[in-house]
Design a binder for this molecule. Structure first.
Ligand code: HPA
Length: 274
């Protein structure tokens, strides 16, 4: 019945053995966005294979380790590399690290991702502060028997992204002169990119950017009562009437620019959050 709880306990024990501090913030670094971890005063680095029940990352552009230490004066743990639905994992597996972060003490989850920009006002390498999301994945991480000790059966989704943290991020971006949009993220399963007709549909649904991650982790963080701050980096422009074929190398190149911006922005946010 409490099978998931047992797995969370085992993972937490393994991490605590190497990093006995209580982290306050959990960070998930998306595709091409791992640069921020260089700024962490690293106290422990755990490859995912050393953490019981952690899935292994199968994507080349994702390293696959948990970095624990101090960033901007706060105890944090950062996932260098995340898990995606398209890799074949269930969403319960994809979101397992969020459960572990919460149990270790994280009150806040900061998620980042590379995403395609559908809003015509957006430019390449823009940062978008995620204000809300649309879940178009064919699964839900909370499907199945609910463990009431982990969260409620029907978690509220009226404000999955914390309004105060959004304001902090906006103010930090302004003070650092980093161009930042605020908008809606839609999650699709991938791994293929979208057709022109699909981009038109997703935009009509009300989304500004599209990506293959993040929403499952945010749903679980919300279920677990964590405050969430999310950022997308616009790595390709998804303009249906002028669509160019996407290359991963180009996405990674643009992600590096956005990643550098996030490497300045996120520490500033963390410094401000109490
Ligand atoms: N679509 C889906 N996921 C993405 C995209 C996109 O255009 N760009 C980066 N991740």
């Amino acid at each position: 019945m409490r099978e998931l709880a047992g797995k969370i306990d085992a993972a937490c024990q393994a991490i605590s053995a190497k990093y006995p501090e209580r982290p306050k913030i959990g960070l998930i670094l998306g595709t091409g966005l791992s640069g921020l971890s260089e700024q962490i005063d690293q106290q422990a680095v755990l490859p995912y294979e050393e953490i019981p029940h952690f899935p292994q990352s199968t994507v080349e552009s994702h390293t696959g380790q948990l970095v624990c230490g101090k960033l901007a004066g706060q105890n944090i743990m950062a996932m260098e590399g995340r898990f995606h639905y398209y890799e074949g994992y269930s969403l319960q597996e994809v979101t397992f690290p969020v459960r572990v972060m919460k149990q270790l003490g994280c009150e806040i989850l900061i998620v980042t991702n590379a995403a395609g920009g559908m809003n015509t006002q957006y430019s390449l390498a823009d940062i978008m502060i995620i204000e809300d999301h649309i879940n178009m994945l064919p699964e839900n991480p909370l499907r199945g028997v609910n463990d009431d000790q982990l969260g409620p059966r029907f978690p509220d989704m009226s404000a999955p992204y914390d309004a105060e943290l959004i304001q902090v991020a906006k103010a930090s971006a302004l003070s650092l002169d980093i161009p930042a949009q605020t908008g809606v993220f839609v999650a699709v399963s991938g791994p293929n990119l979208e057709t022109r007709a699909e981009y038109r549909m997703l935009k009509a649904f009300g989304a500004d950017v599209v990506g293959m991650s993040t929403v499952p982790e945010v749903i679980v963080a919300q279920h677990a009562g964590m405050r969430v701050l999310g950022f997308s980096v616009v790595t390709d422009l998804c303009l249906p009437d002028a669509l160019e074929p996407v290359e991963l190398s180009k996405i990674l190149e643009v992600a590096a620019i956005g990643g550098e911006r996030l490497s300045r922005l996120i520490p500033k946010d963390i410094e401000t959050i109490d």
